[in-house]
Design a protein around this ligand. Structure first.
Ligand code: SF4
Length: 319
């Protein structure tokens, strides 16, 4: 498998408080990885670290991130600016906040072509309209002339996708881009991203809290809790043989098809952890299966298959 993205031992902190601890991932080129977890699980921090977009109070405190054969954590200055959008494209959750409210949609895309490819203004604007068409906007001329507030939520998100794909990135990171959209528009956006991802052989990292979306989209899954990846593997293995009690709880939220899926976390009692990481397994205050060492000792990573691994004290006794 040719690696599209490799994350090795990545830890992230904000103002000294650790949000991600020792994250390790490997995604094959052209595959779709879903990173799933509740709010505060660290998934957005990991996504921002991959895209080199951590806010000023955020810091990558250890680890390496490779996109293809480029180690991106070492990029800085002009080299980092040149690589933005080419190595990793980023789709933010809130398109309204991410787009410039006083600039027309087409201009925001055209600026990417002008700044990075040196295209002339008229050529860049033609390219922008073509890109809007590729993300499923039929009246792309009209949408290119519109300001963000004149567009629907689904249209704004398509504009964001167009900006993220403009430079044909090797990796596309999408941070819950459909959360605020209604179900029909969400399905349309998922279909567009899937089609473009396949057409351009992009490695896609989709951040979500919705296991229904994971089932729809992912080749591989990483489950995050308390800033750690607690289980990861091929989607078929994680869905078919979930090993970590948290993954099992998440999967119980999507039902078995005989009843409407909830796709939310309401059935998991308690609250996700906040503040600095405590000792032991991060899930132990909410885990109905907790045993002796759970509140004092971090469980080791157990390997269950070629791609499937999880961290839980119970796993060695089950496998
Ligand atoms: Fe539950 Fe213990 Fe496994 Fe953590 S290590 S998930 S607390 S059983």
């Amino acid at each position: 498998m040719t690696a599209g993205l490799r994350v090795d031992g990545v830890s992230v902190a904000y103002d000294g408080v650790q949000a991600v601890t020792d994250a390790c991932l490997e995604v094959g080129r052209g595959r779709v990885l879903a990173i799933v977890g509740e709010s505060g699980s660290g998934k957005t921090s990991l996504a921002l670290a991959i895209a080199r977009l951590l806010p000023t109070n955020g810091r990558l405190i250890s680890g390496s991130i490779d996109v293809g054969d480029v180690e991106v954590t070492g990029l800085a200055g002009a080299e980092l600016r040149r690589s933005r959008g080419r190595l990793v494209g980023y789709i933010a959750q809130d398109a309204m906040a991410a787009l410039n409210p006083v600039m027309r949609a087409g201009r925001q895309i055209a600026e990417v072509f002008e700044a990075h490819d040196g295209l002339a203004r008229t050529v860049a604007e033609r390219e922008a309209i073509e890109l809007l068409r590729q993300v499923g906007i039929h009246d792309s001329d009209r949408v290119a002339r519109a300001f963000p507030h004149q567009l629907s939520g689904g249209m704004r998100q398509r504009v964001m996708i167009a900006i993220a794909l403009a430079l044909r990135p090797k990796v596309l990171v999408a941070d819950e881009p459909t959360t605020a959209l209604d179900v029909t528009v969400q399905a349309e956006i998922l279909a567009v991203v899937k089609e473009l991802q396949r057409a351009h052989d992009v490695t896609l990292v989709w951040i979500t809290h919705d296991m229904g979306v994971v089932a729809e989209l992912a080749d591989d899954v990483a489950v995050m809790y308390g800033g750690r990846i607690v289980e990861r593997g091929a989607a078929g293995e994680v869905f078919g043989r979930p090993a970590h009690p948290y993954t099992q709880a998440l999967l119980s939220t999507i039902g078995d098809g005989s009843a409407p899926a909830k796709s939310r976390f309401s059935v998991i009692g308690g609250s996700p952890p906040s503040g600095p990481p405590a000792a032991g397994c991060p899930f132990h205050p909410r885990c109905s299966e907790a045993v002796g060492p759970c509140d004092t000792t971090m469980p080791p990573v157990s390997i269950m298959g070629a791609t499937h691994e999880a961290s839980c004290h119970l796993i060695p006794s089950r496998t």
